[in-house]
Each structure stands twice: as C-alpha cells, then as structure tokens.
Design a protein around this ligand. Sequence first.
Ligand code: SF4
Length: 427
Amino acid sequence: MNEYDTDKMFELLRAQDFTPAISMEDADLVLLNTCSVREKAEQKVYSELGRMRRLKKLNPTMKIGVGGCVAQQEGAKILKRAQNVDFVFGTDNLIELPEILRESENGNRTVHINRLAPRQKVRDFIPEFPSSASHVPTLKAHLAITKGCNNYCSFCVVPLTRGTEVSRSPQNILEEAIKLCRNGTRELCLLGQNVNSYQADGVDFVELLKNLDDITGLQRIRFISPHPKDFHPQLADAMADLPSVCEQLHLPLQSGSNSVLKRMRRWYTTQTYLEKVEMFCRRMPGGTISTDLIVGYPGETEEDFQNTLEMMQRVRFDLIYAFKYSIRPGTRAADEENHLSEEIKTERLRILLEAHELILKEKHEELLGSQQEILVEGPHPRETDSMSGRTRGNHSVVIRNTDAPSGSLLPVRITGYRTHLLEAEAI
Ligand code: SF4
C-alpha cells in the first residue's frame, strides 16, 4: 500500500513539474513515506531523519516532508522531534500535497492529519490526475480498491493509522485499470487491508474481479490481502473461472493456535481456516498459498507455537511472511499480560523459518520438470542471455537462453531451483 501511495505522490508531483532526483543530495524535495506496522519500521523513520540533517545543511532550501502511517500517528510530535522536517501529512492527506507544498514555500511548518469523513469514497483521496500526469508505464501495477480496515485485530495498528474501511467506486477502479493496461500494464495487484470485503455501489469483490477480467490486454490479476473470514465459495469459484485471476492465494493465518486466534480477534479457527484452504485447493489444484505468521504473541505458550508449526506443515505454504510480535501503542494486544521475552520470540521465529525452508525445498523439488507460464519481466540483472519473470503462482523464475520480450507470456519447463528462485528453460 505504501508503494502504491508513493507512486501516487510521484504522479502528483510530476503534475507540479517535479522530476525525480538522481540522489537525495540533489533533491529540492524529499518525502519520507513511512510504515508503522512494526516498531522497528517506526524507529527507522527517526534514524533516517537524523541522517538527513546533513542534507539540509548542504542545501538549506531543501524541503523535507513525512507522510504515511507514522506521520498519521505522530503528527506534530515529528516536527518537534525532527527540526529539519517542514511538513507532516497523514494517510488521507496525500491529495493535498500541492497545497501543502505551497504553504511550505511560504515558510510555514505544517501538520495535515485530518481524516476523510468515513462515508467518502476512496476516489476522493486518490487524485484525479490531469492528462499530463499520465501513469508511468509498468508491466505490473498495484491498484488500491479499499483503504482502511474495520477488523481491529488486537495486534494491528492499521485501523488506527489508515482509518475505517472505505471502498473505491468500481467505475473509478475500472477507469484506472483500463488506463494502466493501455499504457502496457499486463498484471494488476489489487490492494486493500481487507481486500475481499470490497463493496461499493452494489458491486462486491467477485463482481469487481469479473469486470476487471474483461479488460483487453490484462493477463493477470492478483490481490492482497484477503481476510480468511471473507474468503467464500463464490470467490474461490471466480478465481477458478476467470482466466486472468491467478491461482495464487495469500491467506493470512497469523497463528495456528485457536486460543491465540481468539485473543487476536481473527474470527476464524484453525479448522475453518483449513476448510478455506481446501476450498481453494479443490478448485485450483497446483495453486500456491502464502501466509502471514506472528510468533510470540503475548501469552503464546510453547504448545501454541507448536500448533503454528503444525498448521504450517499441514498447509505446506509456498511462502510465509513470519514476524516476531511487536507491541503497537493503542492496540488491545499492547495491554495484554505475559509479553514474551525477545529471546523466546527470536528463537521461535528461527525455528519457524528453518522448518519452512524444508517445505520450500520439497515444493521446489515437486515443480522440477513441470510446465509453467511465465510473464516475462525483463533481462535478468546478473545473468547474461537470461530473462526474469514469474509463474502464475508468483514464483520468481530465471529463464535461460531466451530473448523473449518483456511483457510476453512464455511457456517454460522448470529445470532447477535456488532458495527463493526457480530456474527454467523456454519450451
Ligand atoms: S484485517 Fe489486517 S489490516 Fe485489518 S486489523 Fe486485521 S491485520 Fe490489521
């Protein structure tokens, strides 16, 4: 989502005649788009701002702005703590950038973190760009369809930083998707904190997928992140039936322990989660599943952790995003008792990642000799006569001895693998 917002900022600035600088030293304006999903990411903002003090000494007219979730949460505290910052803008205020810059030119240090009214559609904060600020052509593009979240999972700061959920109008989404595809985009990744609860103007997520599937030139559609509670048979059917929707599902599990899931306020059990996985696998055999996992949630026992390991072994995820629990101020979990030590969390994460490496190796072995369709993304950065691309299941692949053009769909045979990369040759 932050990458997407950064692109939007870039497009807004291009319309104001800004061009990308070669380095921060050369820039007239530096925007830091921040993330507060984990404590470490938040700390990084202040250390980065510390390093940037030197830049402003070299170029006193440089403007520095801080946007994103840390900006939303910290607001004026950032101006106080980092004297080199000229303005702070929250997650709903991106569209105000041109105005904010004008104020800044007048020498005012400002904070813009007011929220949109809950009923306003996302289109109100995703700028309607003037024609001169057309999209930079990209083969793969992100497209936000919802923003914010109503789930209030106990560990998560997102509802506090991004606000309640709003869905962007389907018309507006389709317009942007068509524009992207006319400019060469072949793969779209739909974004939303709870992407599959999309609902606007009588159109739900399944209906939206159907509409997007009809766009000329669009080869692949992915989406992140769906919530398991909103993954239903109609969606699994649509995924199986719509040619451009990839057989790939990111389904955040978070924990394999029912008691932890309950305290996390995730609204599913391991049993119902497994039913959803089965629903996907039955319709899309050979499809891939990735997940998010948190280890060391407050009060997580050794048995809870073993249950997470067991769930991982049962589902055999193709990819996991696993993290140590990190206290986020203002969330329910922050007030829970029995926070675990850093040592326990680190050790559990190590065990989990090591166990997953073995699963990954087995899964890669199974893929050897298989035929896959690759969306070619461009020359491999380090290997000559080789191209990079991805399977429909989202495996990263290096294809040897081919000059297939970027953007083409290439049938390949898998010939080898490394830890997070498959090797292939064109058929
Ligand atoms: S569904 Fe996702 S974004 Fe929403 S509160 Fe839960 S973890 Fe956070």
